[in-house]
Design a binder for this molecule. Structure first.
Ligand code: ASP
Length: 339
């Protein structure tokens, strides 16, 4: 092959692998999710669909305002997740699912892409907004992760808002647990697919990723985990690199789905790593992990991802994912179903 042909080929290959800035970088931007799962048209009434869409839009607007006023991406992701945690619609905070023992055990994580600082909590039973506790772990302690009673004691010391465990009771989640227990008794549930195709199991983990005016990225995720979880099970959400990750050099990621697969595949870090080391674009990196690697293993779920150029990607391999995005100067966009 002639020399010029080789160089042309090299240019084509290199340019297709470089992180892409398809549109000019927005001044700031954010994306959110409210969980992935078997979410399909006709499943909710128009009134219910509107409730979900309105809450997602409300959360996006809260985040947009913070970023527009010069707030940090870190503040944005915490406050946006607070809005979703306070809603009974999502599996986080108020609407958390029940464990096998009929309790609620909440997990959350936050990460600052500028410093790579992170804070995570797991097995929380009495804190109203676990993401706020996770942020305190990051800001006010020398640690990254705290669990159970110790995390709550730390929360008391830092005057976080506590609620009676009954605050987390919602009839819908309680009914889901009862249905699953009943089916378990009849031995109708015995494999991973039941988890992935059954919305009684999980529905509505929440997350937010943001890029602020200073170019700093942050990610936050909060969840009740999976219905009927046992023995102190902790999912991917509070595992840095699995369900949550942010690095100013690459991207910010928040995941939702069958947590065990996201832990085994270190999903959030793997996407960041493909951008950093394999020079893939955000979209190519996120697709390669969510739409190929996880699919091969039947690991159901999705991610929201934003890169340092303000590109947003929200791939999911489940039937649907509650999601939304809002870029500076544009209109908010929310969606539930595929495309
Ligand atoms: N990833 C969460 C967990 O496994 C559940 C979810 O996102 O629906 O705990």
């Amino acid at each position: 092959m002639k020399k010029w042909k080789i160089s042309l080929l090299a240019i084509i290959v290199i340019s297709s692998c470089q992180p892409q800035t398809k549109t000019p970088r927005p001044e700031f931007a954010l994306a959110i999710h409210g969980g992935a799962g078997s979410i399909k048209p006709g499943q909710f009434s128009p009134v219910e669909e509107k409730e979900f869409a309105d809450k997602l839009e409300e959360a996006l607007k809260v985040g947009y305002k913070i970023l527009e006023n010069g707030g940090t991406s870190l503040e944005c992701v915490e406050k946006v997740v607070n809005v979703l945690e306070d809603s009974p619609l999502f599996n986080a905070g108020k609407g958390a699912v029940f464990t096998n023992a009929g309790t609620n055990e909440l997990d959350a994580a936050i990460m600052d892409g500028k410093t790579l600082n992170a804070g995570t909590v797991a097995g929380i039973k009495r804190v109203k907004n676990p993401i706020t506790l996770a942020r305190l772990v990051m800001m006010e302690s020398p640690h990254v992760m705290m669990i159970g009673d110790g995390a709550e004691k730390f929360g008391e010391m830092n005057r976080v808002e506590f609620v009676d465990p009954e605050y987390f009771y919602t009839e819908r989640r309680w009914e889901s647990l009862q249905k699953i227990l009943e089916r378990e008794k009849l031995s109708l549930l015995d494999n991973d697919n039941d988890y992935d195709n059954d919305n009684d199991y999980k529905f509505g983990t929440v997350g937010c990723v943001a890029l602020d005016k200073d170019g700093n990225l942050a990610a936050a995720t909060s969840t009740g985990g999976m219905t009927n979880k046992r023995w102190g099970r902790v999912g991917d959400v509070p595992i840095i690199g699995a369900g949550t990750y942010a690095d100013n050099n690459t991207c910010a990621i928040s995941a939702t789905g069958h947590g065990e697969y996201f832990i085994r595949n270190v999903v959030a870090y793997q996407i960041s790593s493909l951008i950093e080391h394999a020079r893939l674009s955000l979209e190519a990196a996120a697709d390669s992990v969510v739409m190929r690697k996880l699919v091969k293993q039947n690991g159901s779920g999705g991610v929201i991802a934003i890169d340092k150029f303000g590109n947003i990607s929200m791939p999911f391999n489940s039937e649907g994912m509650f999601r939304g995005s809002f870029k500076a100067g544009e209109e908010p966009v929310v969606a539930m179903f595929a495309n």
